[in-house]
Design a binder for this molecule. Structure first.
Ligand SMILES: Cc1ncc(COP(=O)(O)O)c(C=O)c1O
Length: 384
């Protein structure tokens, strides 16, 4: 199997991740923070270590400002529903994933005004357009990289705009955390949602939300209440980071395995991972651009492109092409709207969407060449 669907979730995982999943459940599978016995203490230590590794990788400063969530979607829901109140205005873009647009749609039905800034150049945000819309906004939300075109957005510029407007910047780092160097303090990010199961190479069911120092506890309302192991006599949640936002039994086994994945990522270095993925992406893009009958949705030149490449083939619907790539060429990719209908509208690929190849750290050069030949064969024999 040639796996080119790393933008959905990375595969394979580092060997140690599989090992930790089994070993952790056998030897430390107790409930952290709920009891004082050794197994519970070991489970709590694993959570604390992963939190620390995450904080280091993003330069969060205090690890307790990294809140665990089950996915980037879960983290985005906490940020969006926890921050926005009726009467607030939020500025976002037309390149966002449904993990942003759907919670915003729900909030718009509760009195929040949503402004979507269009992104020319196959999905690249123009900071001046965001600045023009930012006055009076409480929150600006942008994906760090598009999961449709790979366009990497000018996050530092957006942070500056947010500061000037008295707003917070929420970044959806689903496509970048672990694959691009990302320093939340240097970039001025206030909130950042991330998955553990994509470029960080951890298992499904992991992710988190970083909450920066400009956002107070009273600014972010928990969206889930329940047991925390702290202050059990009180029917109010404890006013303590991060437990206030982590009610219920944690995904200890997933988080422990994410810790193993983070050590793998740190050993290689995000810079080296980024360079490797960049080389694969450049070869993929140039090969596709040179294939007659193939149209690539590249971000305009002023944007860096993450390891996400969308294209269409003349005479093939993306769905048909994806099925043949899977069945006849053993290539796993994603086709359609990629849970980002606004983005597909923006780049002129609605309603059919695109074929998306997303290489990962473990993708080989040979696999990219094999994928390019498969596309060339399809392009040479259109269905319609
Ligand atoms: C840009 C973007 N945001 C959010 C998500 C949602 O991530 P998760 O699958 O961790 O919920 C994705 C998933 O593909 C994505 O690409």
């Amino acid at each position: 199997m040639i796996y080119l669907d790393n933008a959905a979730t990375s595969w394979p995982k580092p060997e140690g991740v599989y090992e930790t999943l089994g070993a952790f459940l056998r030897h430390a599978g107790a409930n952290p923070g709920r009891a004082g016995h050794r197994m519970a203490v070991d489970a709590a230590a694993a959570l604390a270590e992963t939190r620390l590794l995450l904080a280091r990788l993003m330069n969060a400063g205090a690890p307790d400002r990294v809140l665990f969530a089950q996915s980037a979607t879960d983290a985005l829901n906490l940020a969006i529903k926890g921050i926005l109140r009726p009467g607030d205005r939020v500025v976002t873009t037309t390149m966002e994933h449904n993990a942003v647009t759907r919670p915003l749609r729900a909030m718009s039905e509760r009195g929040v005004q949503v402004t979507k800034v269009r992104c020319p150049g196959h999905g690249v945000i123009e900071p001046a357009d965001v600045a023009a819309a930012a006055d009076g906004a409480r929150l600006i939300i942008a994906g760090h990289a598009s999961n449709v075109t790979g366009a990497v957005q000018p996050i530092a510029d957006l942070a500056e705009i947010a500061r000037r407007a008295g707003a917070w910047l929420l970044v959806d780092a689903a496509q970048t955390f672990g694959a691009l160097p990302l320093d939340v303090q240097a970039l001025g990010i206030d909130l950042m949602a991330f998955p553990g199961h994509k470029a960080l190479l951890g298992p499904p069911g992991t992710g988190g939300l970083y909450v920066g120092p400009r956002v107070d506890m009273d600014d972010l309302v928990p969206i889930r209440e329940g047991g925390t192991g702290l202050n059990s006599e009180d029917d109010l949640l404890p006013r303590v980071w991060p437990v206030r936002y982590e009610s219920g039994t944690a995904n200890t086994v997933g988080v422990a395995a994410l810790g193993t994945a983070l050590r793998f990522v740190a050993d290689i270095g995000v810079e080296a991972i980024c360079q490797r993925e960049q080389a694969l992406t450049e070869r993929l893009v140039s090969g596709l651009v040179d294939t007659p009958g193939v149209r690539v949705f590249r971000p305009s030149r002023r944007a860096h492109q993450a390891a996400v490449v969308s294209f269409v083939i003349d005479g093939w619907t993306p769905a048909d092409a994806g099925a043949v790539l899977d069945e006849s060429f053993d290539i796993a990719c994603r086709t359609g709207l990629h849970c980002a209908p606004d983005a597909c509208h923006t780049i002129g690929a609605f309603p059919g969407g695109t074929i998306r190849f997303s290489p990962g750290y473990f993708t080989t050069d040979e696999e990219i060449e094999a994928a390019l030949s498969a596309v060339a064969e399809l392009a040479a024999s259109p269905l319609t």
